[in-house]
Design a protein around this ligand. Structure first.
Ligand code: ADP
Ligand code: MG
Length: 287
């Protein structure tokens, strides 16, 4: 499933666009949408999911346009969406919840199909437990099961790792990667590691602007020859305010800085290899 986003802007209010002239192509596999809070990630995902319309521009999902009411139904038939805030029904079991969601979506599920969905997201053992007793990770996995009811070829997942502990976060990410083997999965996050661990392609949004589109390894390269380390024996070294400090490591006797700068930021600083985190910071800093 190919998605084309062409010159999309979204104004909730005049003069402050949530998205500014975004053009982007998304193909099969995992695609990461990375950006800080307020960047416009949810807005873009809601536009792709046909929940809201862009103020300007066109979005095509496969052969269908999201602004064409007749074509919208074709899109919805092949779309799964896990919103940032999904309400689950605490007094239902996941089995009952999926049966109910299937009915709402017009996909009446046979019992064995619901079992299959629960198995896919690793909730078979909890099929008849009340949802209100679930951990955050279990709830998020049930959210994915709900999004998979119509076996969609496009799965949109908005900040699903928020609030998960490291083990559940990893498990959830691996599950998405599995699901992307024969689908397009769009994953948004404000956490670089979520995207780095799962995606080959990534777009960076910041204040409604598209600052980067390309591969994750290309993002790392953005910070090539810009990352410096420096060890100071004086733990109170004042740093110039134009220097972006990516990391500091403090010990009893010294302080080690990792900074991003176009030129050597202080005497004794030496260049080191960038990480994806550095690439992200550098792109955000430049703009
Ligand atoms: N329904 C809305 N009405 C008005 N402004 C909104 C609405 N939804 C989002 N915004 C604004 O649009 C911008 C982008 O928000 P959002 O798409 O939620 O970003 P993100 O998901 O990256 O945090 C923010 O400034 C936000 O306040
Ligand atoms: Mg959001």
């Amino acid at each position: 499933m190919k998605i084309s986003i062409e010159n999309v802007s979204k104004f909730y209010k005049k003069n402050s666009p949530a998205l500014r002239d975004i053009s982007l192509e998304i193909n099969q596999g995992m695609f990461g949408l990375l950006g800080p809070n307020g960047a416009g990630k949810t807005t873009l995902m809601r536009i792709i999911a046909t929940i809201i319309q862009p103020t300007e521009g066109v979005v095509k999902i496969g052969n269908y346009r999201t602004d064409n009411l007749k074509e919208k139904w074709h899109i919805l038939a092949s779309l799964g969406y896990l919103p940032q805030e999904l309400s689950l029904y605490g007094n239902l079991t996941p089995y009952e919840f999926l049966d109910f969601m299937g009915a709402i979506k017009g996909f009446r599920k046979r019992p064995n199909q619901i079992k299959e969905l629960l198995e896919m997201v690793g909730l078979s053992n909890a099929a008849h437990q009340l949802i209100k007793t679930f951990s955050g990770g279990m709830k998020r996995r049930l959210g994915i099961a709900q999004a998979l009811i119509n076996n969609p070829s496009l799965l949109i997942v908005d900040e699903p790792t928020v609030g998960l502990d490291p083990e559940e976060r990893t498990r959830f990410r691996n599950m998405l990667v599995d699901m992307a083997s024969d689908r397009t999965v769009i994953l948004s996050s404000h956490i670089v590691e979520d995207i780095a661990q799962t995606c080959y392609h990534v777009a960076i949004l910041h204040q409604g602007k598209l600052l980067y589109k390309g591969t994750v390894s290309g993002l790392v390269q953005q910070a090539n020859n810009k990352v410096w380390e420096y060890t100071s024996s004086n733990t109170h070294t004042p740093l110039h305010s134009s220097i972006l400090v990516a990391k500091t490591r403090i010990s009893d006797s010294n302080i080690k800085y990792r900074v991003l700068a176009e030129e050597q930021p202080m005497e004794g600083a030496y260049l080191v290899s960038p990480t994806i985190e550095d690439g992200y910071l550098w792109i955000i800093k430049k703009n």
